[in-house]
Design a protein around this ligand. Structure first.
Ligand code: ASP
Length: 422
């Protein structure tokens, strides 16, 4: 999804400027540490601190459908492919994504990380909070659950006002953007949503602090230790997906897998350090062209189109998260429910923008599709900063694999035998 650098929000100077200059993961780690201390000190009294997380999740849920709509419309409008080539590309993307989800579900079904420790809801103790903080609960209730919600019959006018303020603020920086084509219109729509998303991500450390404090306050540290099992399972599944890519490259293209990894290591490290496949896109393209020596068209299709549509790491993560939470709750997902997880994870990964934490937004859809309570996503917030980086690297590796496969079994120009499969 093109998202020009110059439109990024600059942190406003002010009392918290130093805090906002810190990388997000540092802020989240600090929030976890502070949350643990606060939870230990306050005990059950920390229950109401879970409210910001609930708010963040509700806004993420409201943003998901329009974000997916605009992201896909924009990707389809801009896709420089046609006819047979698009069929080949679509098949490659679909197969890779389905393999990713199957790997994710298989690992989660085998390791069953959600059963290692039984947990109780992290944010449902907001019930206790509800009676304690009534005006707050009322405010929370007026935050829209969907963009269209406040406009329905029972809609609350405060919801309309909140939406108006959010869009008004996010459109301020785009107010002079000329709209001449439909593409411009879609771009403005998507950019305004992404701006709101970025603002919500700014609140994530506060949400993490609250979730950690309320859980530690009520139950001590055991829940967070259990998340370790989930992190390990996700990493194992992502590594398996990486191995699958290398085998595909070995069998379906002229590029030697080891040479490919060497050639794109800058893109992979950039993906890991930025947690954004969109930001990495130009580096991926340059690595594929200059270091690996793929044809211009294969490199651009994989890196540019792929970066929009192809988020296998995200798909795998969303499916695993749903299964993890179901296991944690002792909820058995039937085969057809797991199929539903597969389908919604595909949509969710295609619609996830290539920016940090985008997968969390679309995850709400996957959870809703099988009736899992979305408040459990709050628990995942605490480890998402790290898993986001890992899945972004796999997202980029997926793009690289598609490019190599599109390039076929013969290089454009003769290359050194060390770069080529024998
Ligand atoms: N951060 C990921 C990416 O840029 C998207 C996600 O959150 O899953 O590819």
């Amino acid at each position: 999804m093109p998202f020009p650098e110059d439109e990024q929000i600059e942190p406003a100077p002010g009392a918290f400027a130093w805090w906002r200059r810190l990388p997000l993961y540092v802020r989240i780690l600090a929030a976890v540490a502070l949350g643990v201390v606060t939870g230990l000190l306050l005990g059950d009294g920390a229950a109401s601190l879970a409210i910001p997380a609930k708010l963040v999740l509700r806004v993420l849920g409201a943003l998901a459908p329009p974000l997916i709509l605009f992201a896909i419309v924009q990707a389809v409008i801009n896709a420089p492919v046609s006819g047979r080539q698009s069929l080949r590309l679509t098949t490659l993307l679909a197969v890779n994504t389905i393999v990713a989800i199957v790997i994710g579900l298989a690992v989660a079904n085998v390791l069953r990380p959600g059963e290692w420790v039984r947990m109780t809801p992290p944010v449902t103790n907001a019930k206790a909070a509800a009676s304690a903080a009534d005006p707050l609960t009322q405010f929370l209730d007026s935050v829209p659950r969907s963009i269209a919600g406040p406009f329905t019959d029972d809609g609350k006018v405060i919801g309309v006002i909140l939406l108006a303020i959010a869009f008004g603020l996010s459109l301020r920086k785009l107010r002079n953007y000329p709209i001449q084509t439909v593409e411009d219109l879609v771009h403005v729509g998507l950019s305004s949503l992404v701006t709101i998303l970025e603002a919500v991500v700014e609140v994530v450390p506060l949400a993490v602090f609250g979730v950690v404090a309320s859980i530690v306050g009520a139950k001590g540290l055991s829940d967070f230790l259990a998340l370790g099992g989930f992190v390990g399972a996700v990493i194992a599944a992502l590594l398996l997906q990486g191995v699958y890519y290398l085998v595909r490259v070995r069998l379906g293209s002229w590029v030697r897998p080891a040479a490919l990894l060497r050639g794109v290591r800058d893109a992979l490290t950039m993906a890991f350090s930025t947690a954004s496949s969109t930001a990495t896109m130009p580096v991926t393209y340059r690595c594929l062209r200059d270091n690996v020596g793929l044809r211009e068209q294969s490199a651009s299709l994989g890196a540019l189109v792929g970066a929009n549509f192809n988020n296998d790491g995200t798909a795998l993560y969303e499916a695993m998260s749903a299964l993890f939470v179901a296991q944690m709750l002792g909820m058995h997902l039937t085969f057809s429910q797991q199929l539903m997880v597969v389908l919604t994870s595909i949509v969710a990964s295609v619609g996830a923008a290539g920016i940090p934490e985008a997968g969390l937004v679309t995850m709400t859809l996957v959870f809703k599709s099988v009736g899992l309570p979305t408040e459990y996503i709050a628990l995942l917030l605490t480890v998402d900063w790290f898993l986001d980086r890992c899945r972004t690297a796999i997202n980029v590796m997926g793009d690289v694999t598609v490019s190599s496969l599109l390039d076929g079994k013969t290089p454009e120009k003769p290359v050194s035998p060390t770069l080529q499969n024998v």
